[in-house]
Write a protein that binds this ligand. Sequence first.
Ligand code: DGL
Length: 268
Amino acid sequence: MTDNSAPVGVFDSGIGGLTVAQEVIRQLPHESVIYFGDTARVPYGPKSPDTVRRYSREIAAFLGEQGVKSIVIACNTATAHALGVLREELEMPVIGVVEPGARAAVAATRGGHIGVIGTVGTIKSGAYERAIRAIEPDVMITARACPLFVPLVEEGWTDHDATRLIAREYLEPMLDAEIDTLVLGCTHYPLLKPLLRDVLGPDVRLIDSAEETAAETARTLNEAQLAAAPGADPAYRFIASDDPLQFLQLGQRFLGATMEGVEIRTLG
Ligand code: DGL
């Protein structure tokens, strides 16, 4: 029988998924969390679905060895390519970021035109379109890959003229198409929220899958009777597959909190 005090495993291609871990920690304050960032093999965005699936399986196996009771795939690209196989192959609940984001977008849209932005892999996979249409077949969807956003965020250029210029280039066609809701379908994009609000104006709603995914994690753990006891004292572990020092320095910005330390573990 699974121990309710076992940690929740959260993984991403790198540090970006810490935006999801942050929400899990905020919304589920009694859950312990083990976060794995695959910094040795980031980015996943431009890689083939097969490669991303292989990496995701390796990480899930590693988290299983660490005794996690469920897995949150914090990476949009890994969710797009590997959620199906991990759900098939693992006995524990596996939560991705795409379905929660799609649900929130459908609930938020007023005019029925949803924009989706993400990495090349996520957009090419059509995962968001499928998830949105499974809930509401009649919405209009305009999707666009924004590959330059990830390096800009990693550079810390979240409020920079170059980023604003690039955001206009990516998003003006979406504004012309009159989207009323935009799904931030990538771990890094929540850090661009203020800049995207500037570019898109007040009428476009921004959907951050991190908040929705944490809420979905809470629901899933409750339904599976796996939630930690209300008085439980949580423990957090952060593990990177390369350069733990850089993970620590950059990661605190994504996590919005101090990390005690980062372990290193190479996979593959
Ligand atoms: N974590 C990835 C995602 O959410 C972005 C970074 C990458 O390309 O690996 O799609």
